[in-house]
Design a protein around this ligand. Structure first.
Ligand code: COA
Ligand code: AMP
Length: 621
């Protein structure tokens, strides 16, 4: 097999050839005539993603193999589905959607916990050419409402509840509140009743999932254009309005299938486990589509790394199913280490099948890297990507060639991605010098072709800052050997426990408090979660309020409007915010202080004492 350098070079110099070859692994109803990024990857081709993820494995004799294992320590259950069974479930769910009037191109919002039905629902949409939009369960009703209004779903699929270790989260009241707040009205909501908490259904609008699916006629796969959307996944941008990242069918199927073998080194029949949530891109790509496109067994885990019931939870699951590839976020490893510093829980389980631990979602600090390696004794692979790209931009592509690891670096650009580090003026930075991480266009297959119903925002957010390049929003550098180092976001996005959140969105909520004159929310370094949001607020002149009381109200408001997942637990009332003389809040400098980086006091600052106050508040936490 070719080594990394040869594969990478070909992917950049002859992308058409490179991806034409990769596309052979996919079943096409109509093969694409020409392969180029112009006009959309694989334009002219037709296929069905669900067929490629499910039906074709059954046809090829893989029907008796487990496709999905739902392991749920929070309910004390395990459910296994072979490819045969998965096909049956997906076809019936697709039939139900079709009978509810869902047609190719229609959107379906899925607001569900980590249950197999969420996976059936995603694949069912793909099967009938509908576009799914999954909303993470930890978001509040208002966030769901914003997404419903933008996606305009014909049907919403939900469940009666999700189960967190400390409480049962009733989803139905959140859905009802979202639908009261939204102006769009879906024709139907279908609710999966879970025994832990049954929901009251709204007459005329809501249907009970089980009987509705049971009564449906199975639906077959509809052929769609390679460039038709498969899904929209909303992700945090710099404002309260999330960005609807669009994924197409053809490029996505080709890129994800290719990544399973070349990036992860995974083969058909192996057990692959991404310990994430279907509401995030990791869940879309590597719980659902990637492993199934590749004919692997995917583990769907409804639990946490700790507390369900102990820090051995991951090792129990890995051992029980012979997991070969485990993918999670560094924060999960830190959480396990905190509760099991000597690794005793890992020693209890037979982890001999485990070959690789892949980590992503936030920067992998060298301490966590070493800790994971010492604990498991297998290669720990940092890899970097984002919702927009849908699959890794930089990684140690173990399926091509295992390169030496440099802790702190996700290794080198993955074939297909021409990564360039640019300075303020758009010049390439020399090795070792930090700048904006960009990808020279064209982006490879699988990356977002646009933002849903917002081409202008797509161009403005990603393509205009550096013409000819895609702006990732991360800062970093390449070293002399071409290894990439991603140091953190250069915009108002933060990563809290591997969850991507917008400080801009939190600021909008905080600023709406009647006693707040102005505010800034920034990510502050946190040992466990990587970053935590902290709000600095200035009260309105004359607001005769107890600052501690306002701080509590602000915490409650963010939880209520954005959701518990924001983990916004600290608001600090300050006398003033650091600003330039022209009145611009110095967020960049505040971010540097919060991250413990060296910072320069800008010459344009109005009142340097304001920075000291922020620094004291950060260190005093
Ligand atoms: N539905 C409802 N609420 C949810 C939720 C969901 N799907 N997911 C999280 N929440 C809630 C939690 O219950 C918690 O609420 P609380 O404030 O009442 O305690 C809050 O949101 C924050 O949750 P979380 O970020 O998960 O923090 P935690 O303290 O419960 O757990 C970790 C910490 C590190 C164990 C956990 O964040 C984790 O497993 N992270 C890995 C993340 C990951 O896999 N990311 C995907 C990228 S690979
Ligand atoms: P998301 O879109 O939720 O996947 O979040 C993407 C963002 O998470 C990236 O833009 C980075 O800021 C961060 N991120 C993801 N993986 C890594 C990594 N391996 N190293 C550093 N940052 C990462």
């Amino acid at each position: 097999m070719r080594g990394y350098e040869a594969a990478y070079r070909q992917s950049i110099e002859e992308p058409g050839e490179f991806w034409r070859e990769a596309a052979r692994a996919i079943d096409w109803d109509v093969p694409p005539a020409s392969v180029a990024a112009d006009g959309g990857w694989f334009a002219g081709g037709r296929l069905n993603t669900c067929h490629n993820a499910v039906d074709r494995h059954v046809a090829a004799g893989r029907g008796g193999q487990d496709a999905l294992i739902h392991d749920s320590p929070v309910t004390g259950t395990v459910r296994r589905y072979t490819y045969d069974e998965l096909l049956g479930q997906v076809a019936k769910t697709a039939g139900m959607l079709r009978e509810l009037g869902v047609r190719p191109g229609d959107t379906v919002v899925i607001y569900m916990p980590m249950v197999p039905e969420a996976v059936f629902a995603m694949l069912a949409c793909a099967r009938i050419g509908a576009v799914h939009s999954v909303v993470f369960g930890g978001f509040a009703a208002s966030e769901l409402a914003v997404r419903i209004d933008h996606a305009r779903p014909r049907v919403v699929l939900s469940a009666s509840c999700g189960i967190e270790p400390s409480r049962t989260v009733a989803y139905k009241p959140l859905l009802d509140a979202a639908l009261r707040e939204a102006s769009h009205r879906p024709a139907r909501c279908v609710i999966l009743q879970r025994p832990q908490c049954r929901a009251e259904l709204t007459e005329g609008r809501d249907l009970d999932w089980e009987p509705a699916v049971a009564a449906a006629e199975p639906a077959g796969c509809v052929s769609v254009a390679a460039t038709d959307p498969l899904y929209v996944l909303y992700t945090s941008g710099t404002t309260g309005m999330p960005k609807g990242v669009v994924r197409d069918n053809g490029g996505h199927a080709v890129a994800l299938h290719w990544s399973m073998s070349h990036v992860y080194g995974a083969a058909p029949g192996e057990v692959y486990w991404a310990a994430s949530d279907v509401g995030w891109v990791v869940g879309h790509s590597y719980i659902v589509y990637g492993p199934l496109l590749a004919g692997c067994t995917s583990v769907l885990y409804e639990g946490k790394p700790v507390g369900t019931p102990d820090p051995g939870a991951f090792w129990r699951v890995a051992s029980a199913y012979g997991v070969r590839t485990l993918f999670t976020a560094p924060t999960a490893i830190r959480a396990i280490k905190k509760e099991d510093p000597s690794g005793d829980f890992a020693k209890k389980w037979d982890l001999s099948a485990l070959r690789y631990l892949f980590l992503a979602g936030e920067r992998l600090d060298p301490d966590t890297y070493h800790c994971a390696g010492d604990l498991l004794g297998i290669p720990v692979i940092d890899h970097w990507w984002q919702t927009e790209t849908g699959w890794p931009v930089a990684a140690n592509c173990v399926g091509i060639e295992e390169l030496p690891i440099k802790p702190g670096s996700p290794t080198k650009p993955v074939p297909g991605y021409d990564v360039r580090i640019l300075d303020e003026e758009g010049r390439e930075c020399p090795p070792g010098v930090e700048g904006a991480v960009t990808v020279r266009l064209p982006l490879p297959p699988g990356c977002l072709p646009t933002l849903y119903r917002d081409d202008a925002r797509f161009a403005e957010s990603y393509l205009t800052r550096y013409p000819g390049h895609y702006l990732t929003g991360d800062g970093g550098y390449l070293d002399e050997d071409g290894y990439l180092y991603v140091m953190g976001r250069i915009d108002d996005v933060i990563n809290v426990a591997g969850h991507r959140l917008s400080t801009g969105a939190m600021e909008e909520v905080v600023a709406a408090h009647p006693d707040v004159a102005e505010c800034a929310v920034i990510g502050v370094a946190d040992e466990l979660k990587g970053e935590l949001p902290v709000g600095f607020v200035v009260l309105k002149a004359g607001a005769a309020r107890d600052p501690a009381e306002v701080e509590r109200e602000l915490v409650a408001m963010v939880r209520d409007r954005i959701g518990p997942v924001a983990a916004f637990r600290t608001a600090v009332v300050v006398a003033r915010l650091p600003k330039t003389r022209s009145g611009k809040i110095l967020r960049g400098t505040m971010r540097d202080i919060a991250a413990g980086r060296d910072y320069r006091v800008p010459s344009t600052i109005e009142d340097p004492a304001a920075l000291t106050e922020i620094a004291e508040a950060v260190t005093g936490r």
